[in-house]
Design a protein around this ligand. Structure first.
Ligand code: GLY
Length: 374
């Protein structure tokens, strides 16, 4: 498989390069009909494209990718300065993969400064009376004021990074406490998860679990589960708080045990499976990155290792062989059959730029030990 994985990386890099050339200065939005919508920096997903460029640069050493990624720094800085569409917690996704990545790869002090400003913006979403980072909307938002979502675990590394850079413990404390709250309320006893959870904004009391993109409130949305696997593993990497590692492993076991025969997740673990039920290849790509992190964090004698190793192998083989666009030279995306919001009828079966990013992250980590920018 090694040769095949190298070929998959080469193919992915070529597609990233083609997109850079074809859509100069633009950023991919949610896809429609196997085409990304190319636009401005005003959604939650633009960082993934920049992260792909950094991975391609680190893997190949080709200056082309580095220059392309660096050229977007002003754009990301400007977004912060003008506060464009930043009333959400996905500031971590956006800035870990753009400015933190640039700082990590090149040592750019300008990029470091932008990333620290982004961390401050994320910190401002901390709601001390509840003990959460508010996911969406303004503080007084009637529906979302007291709402946390499992996806936020991937926004926490920006805060942990800011703590390491500055020594300011507020970043660490907020990230740590949000992860604790997520563990308590988003993860269920059997290792499944809620997508979101509501709290009373006045009292901070826990109200109920719910979903946004899943099948129903009590179901397990597969991408949420994969955010949890990787997110808790990362929280453990930064804090060494052992229960985070245990939680990541429980979520991983649930994910693996509920996969279909071809090892790539449907969009929700509780949705009735019929002909044509959409997959979410992006959930499997994210989970693969989570498994790679878990394999690095667990000892050689850990009883879960054989399960995690075989699941990683099966998932990545299936993604490369059945879901990648290696057979379609003109494709804009790297992975077919991701789903964004099935019941909302938004890209229920299409490319997902984050699926592309995590697929590439997993491949370059397996082949070269290169990590992502979390
Ligand atoms: N973080 C939003 C999503 O996974 O769709």
């Amino acid at each position: 498989m090694k040769g095949r994985w190298d070929a998959a990386i080469e193919d992915a890099m070529l597609k990233v390069k083609n997109n850079i050339v074809k859509f100069p200065g633009k950023l991919p939005h949610i896809a429609d009909g196997q085409r990304y919508e190319w636009g401005d920096n005003d959604d939650w997903i633009e960082g993934f494209y920049i992260g792909l460029m950094w991975l391609a640069y680190e893997y190949s050493g080709e200056i082309f990718y580095k220059e392309a990624a660096q050229n977007y720094l002003t754009n990301f800085k400007d977004r912060l300065d003008r506060h464009v569409a930043l009333d959400h917690h996905d500031i971590g996704f956006l800035y870990s993969l753009s400015s933190v990545a640039q700082w990590q790869v090149t040592g750019s002090t300008e990029a470091r400064e932008v990333a620290l400003q982004a961390a401050d913006r994320l910190l401002a979403r901390w709601r001390p009376a509840i003990g959460i980072i508010q996911a969406w909307g303004k503080e007084d938002d009637a529906d979302n004021g007291g709402r946390m979502i499992i996806d936020c675990l991937l926004n926490l590394p920006l805060l942990f990074w800011a703590y390491e850079q500055t020594g300011d413990s507020r970043y660490y404390d907020v990230a740590f406490r949000h992860a604790l709250k997520s563990q308590k309320f988003l993860v269920r006893g059997d290792g499944s998860s809620y997508h979101t959870f509501y709290f009373d904004t006045a009292t901070g009391h826990a109200l109920r679990g719910g979903t946004h993109q899943g099948y129903e409130d009590g179901s397990t949305w597969t991408r949420g589960q994969s955010w949890g696997i990787y997110g808790f593993a990362l929280a453990y990497r930064y804090t060494k708080h052992a229960p985070f590692l245990d939680t990541s492993k429980r979520l991983a076991r649930y994910f693996i045990e509920h996969l279909p025969e071809d090892h790539v997740a449907y969009w929700d673990f509780d949705v009735p499976i019929e002909n044509g039920t959409p997959r979410d290849s992006s959930a499997s790509a994210i989970a693969s990155c989570g498994l790679l992190e878990l394999l690095e964090l667990t000892g050689a004698d850990d009883p879960d290792r054989p399960l995690f190793e075989s699941a990683l192998q099966n998932s990545m083989e299936s993604l490369v062989e059945r879901y990648s666009t290696m057979d379609a030279a003109e494709a804009e995306g790297l992975l077919k059959h991701g789903s964004y919001h099935v019941l909302g009828d938004r890209a229920p079966d299409d490319y997902m730029i984050w699926g592309d990013y995590y697929y590439m992250e997993a491949l370059v980590r397996m082949q070269r030990g290169l990590k992502g920018y979390w």
